[in-house]
Design a protein around this ligand. Sequence first.
Ligand code: PMV
Length: 354
Amino acid sequence: GKSWVLAVTAQTPTNIAVIKYWGKRDEELILPINDSISVTLDPDHLCTTTSVAVSPAFTHDRMWLNGKEVSLSGGRYQNCLRELRSRASDVEDEQKGIKITKKDWEKLHVHIVSYNNFPTAAGLASSAAGLACLVFSLAKLMNVKDDHSRLSAIARQGSGSACRSLYGGFVKWIMGKEENGSDSIAVQLADEKHWDDLVIIIAVVSSRQKETSSTSGMRETVETSMLIEHRAKEVVPKRIVKMEEAIKNRDFPAFARLTCADSNQFHAVCLDTSPPIFYMNDTSHRIISCVEKWNRSEGTPQVAYTFDAGPNAVLISHNRKAAALLLQRLLFYFPPQADADLNSYVIGDKTILQ
Ligand code: PMV
């Protein structure tokens, strides 16, 4: 028959957890041992753009990431693709004379082309934006009628933290109780306009790939740490309540204290893992000291720091004025140089490179 291509493009920003997800109770379905809360960055920086296309001429599912073909054979991609196909609906494009029925989606193949607008080598290549964007764009192409929260449960099976990128603003990933994961979904706590004077600065401490992947790191922590159960059962549930309050009231001092404490506890359970996992390095520690000293001297927190599974610092400042002062300090103490501890700063839509 006549050949045709139908395509959809979407853009999804990454998100940074302020109450961390660390530890799974089910590895296959990616079900966490605690709730988490994140802030989604605005799409100008650290976002993924994905185009997905379907055509009867495609002989199998294929994907290119930043111009290079990558394999889709991994279980996580396959789970997402299967879930989406099973929820696909009829699609009709009268102009092109295309009609795809719900049943056709089982046999048709897709091509996926994905780009990150940040250097993949910057060590910031979070899978969160990528998997969220893949699920979102395919859902649009396949006319999946589920709402964002239901889609988040599909993205979750690609990468846990990806489920939180389906929404902007502040997002909570509810761990859920069901064994099949149907209630382990993301919900929006507040939209992007709610607290828009916050400024996020990312200090790119190392462009090296992390040594311990989050998947194996979490597994080792859950298997060997004696602190992780206390964190998941006693500490995080209380922090989640307090963090929701702080966000609702735009209470920056409370927000900053909780964010820093939770980052530090996440890295403490990594250290409590056997063998210990070190994600932060000396430069990360120096940045923490610098921020702690500054916050202390001001009497009230001006900046919050948080670190994921790597040494790069995510710094959240109260407002533009605090961000300008922070950047001044950072540039003084950590001037970016080609061979230095710190490579660059990513701020808003600008990157200060070496
Ligand atoms: O979703 P993953 O497997 O990339 O794990 C993310 C883990 C952290 O970034 C460290 C914390 C979080 O909640 O995003």
